[in-house]
Design a protein around this ligand. Structure first.
Ligand code: HEM
Length: 153
């Protein structure tokens, strides 16, 4: 299978980060606070690495537009925008959860934590779906500037 290196690497990081969040949630359910803290911090580092690779590729190489049939392009675009919103929301919640966790602001952290973890895992799952649609199920389209790749014109 001929898949591009950087998107494959960043998608692997998304998967790792999503799996770590699930493990971190299980750990806190078992009251293992220190392990929870370490695993959630590791999940955040993986997500940050994803962001660094993704953004550098966007700036240096550009984004790839959908290469599948025109008839389903609109569904891909709507799904991609949904994924981007989910990931952005997850990132904001992630920062707030980290801050409240490190500050020991537990009432706030307990409210934010489950929402953050759920959004994060769904952002990761939809991210993998975008990767599969873009590079595996269909051959990636043209690689161009970000705005063109997202909107498809
Ligand atoms: C993005 C990162 C994080 C996420 C998504 C997250 C998520 C969660 C979740 C889902 C819970 C369980 C809440 C409940 O069921 O009531 C929780 C509890 C907890 N978290 Fe985190 N967490 C994160 C980072 C951290 C960090 C960095 C620390 C510590 C420095 C931390 C410390 C705790 C503690 C002490 C609890 C137990 C609260 C209690 O039971 O009273 N968390 N977190």
């Amino acid at each position: 299978m001929n898949v591009p290196l950087l998107p494959t690497l960043s998608t692997a990081l998304i998967v790792i980060s999503g799996v770590l969040v699930i493990i971190g949630w299980i750990l806190i359910k078992q009251q293992r606070r220190n392990a929870h803290k370490n695993v959630m911090t590791a999940a955040s580092v993986a997500a940050l690495l994803f962001l660094v690779i993704y953004l550098s590729r966007t700036v240096i190489v550009g984004n790839t537009s959908f290469g599948g049939p025109d008839s389903i392009k609109i569904y891909y675009t709507v799904f991609l925008i949904f994924h981007i919103c989910l990931a952005t929301f997850g990132a904001v919640l992630g920062v707030l959860s980290l801050i409240s966790g490190y500050k020991d602001n537990l009432p706030r952290h307990r409210r934010l934590g489950p929402v953050t973890a759920t959004v994060w895992v769904f952002a990761a799952l939809t991210g993998v779906a975008v990767y599969l649609l873009l590079y595996v199920f269909y051959k990636g389209g043209e690689t161009t500037s970000m705005i063109k790749a997202i909107l498809g014109f």
